[in-house]
Design a protein around this ligand. Structure first.
Ligand code: G
Ligand code: G
Ligand code: MN
Ligand code: NA
Length: 251
């Protein structure tokens, strides 16, 4: 499979596509942004999950090419000029592999993505998993801080599953915490998860960060999050990842 990936990236770009999952403002119900998720469908192996092929790309030294391709797909799907498919200030998030943040080619890689979003009046967002955030070199951190200064939103993905120290979190050029879906899962039930989510909201508030709850799958979870005053959310109940065109009439 790893060999197939290398070959497909080089010779069969049409096997890759991107889907967009909306992030909603939980108070207004309006779309506040989208997370772009890469898809790969191999003619022989069928659909392969990014959970499988992203690590393969990393191990084969192909993650730069993969992200390059992701950006190409995203730019192909998004409009060229502002239109009603993307409200002003709407965010488009991509997932960045931690190794890429150490790569000096990152700025050049992301430049076309940043430029297009600027032109659209939208905000580019980079998601980096919590585990990896904590292992970034000073140089990587200053690279992220540079992005942040230019209006790029940096988000910690899967927050709550890593080992962030609060002292360290405070120093990161991060604006958004994405609460891992394991905490959202049991929210509708009577359990300690609502207190954990509450605690994360408290941390975010203290650090002047925003929160996005991931993995919202039902009304009970949504209601609970609203009650806890979590402002943003994402999940199958609010919208499944879909081709950008599917959101065109969106509200
Ligand atoms: O979309 P899905 O739930 O199958 O994604 C599984 C995992 O793969 C998620 O953790 C997601 O962040 C990651 N992923 C999806 N698309 C990309 C991508 O373009 N780049 C990277 N690095 N990870 C991605
Ligand atoms: O790790 P990351 O947050 O990037 O993962 C995004 C992945 O989570 C996507 O592949 C998407 O398919 C999946 N996802 C999005 N919403 C839900 C949800 O409500 N439930 C579950 N189980 N997975 C979700
Ligand atoms: Mn993500
Ligand atoms: Na996540």
């Amino acid at each position: 499979l790893s060999e197939a990936l290398v070959v497909s990236l080089k010779t069969a770009p049409e096997e890759f596509s991107v889907v967009f999952q909306p992030q909603l403002d939980l108070m207004t119900g309006k779309i506040a942004g989208y997370e772009a998720l890469l898809r790969w469908c191999h003619p022989e192996f069928g659909p392969v999950s990014p959970a499988d092929f992203v690590p393969l790309a990393e191990n084969r030294g192909q993650i730069h090419e993969l992200t390059e391709h992701l950006i190409r797909c995203v730019l192909q799907d998004l409009p060229n000029v502002p239109d009603r498919s993307l409200p002003e200030g709407c965010r488009i998030a991509i997932n960045i592999s931690p190794r890429q943040i150490n790569d000096s080619r990152l700025e050049a890689l992301l430049a076309p993505f940043f430029d297009r979003l600027n032109r659209l009046g939208c905000q580019p967002e980079l998601e980096i998993t919590e585990t990896h955030m904590m292992n970034l070199s000073p140089r990587s951190l200053s690279r992220l801080a540079g992005f942040r200064k230019r209006g790029v939103v940096v988000a910690i993905d899967d927050f709550g599953t890593g080992y962030s120290s609060l002292a360290y979190l405070h120093t990161l050029p991060v604006q958004v915490l994405k609460i891992d879906r394991q905490f959202t899962r049991r929210l509708g039930e009577k359990s300690r998860d609502s207190r954990i989510v509450s605690a994360i909201l408290g941390i975010a508030d203290a650090l002047d960060m925003e929160v996005v709850a991931e993995g919202i799958e039902n009304e009970a979870q949504l209601e609970k999050l609203r009650e806890l005053r979590c402002m943003r959310g994402q999940g199958f109940y609010l919208g499944r990842p879909a081709a950008f065109g599917a959101w065109l009439s969106g509200d």
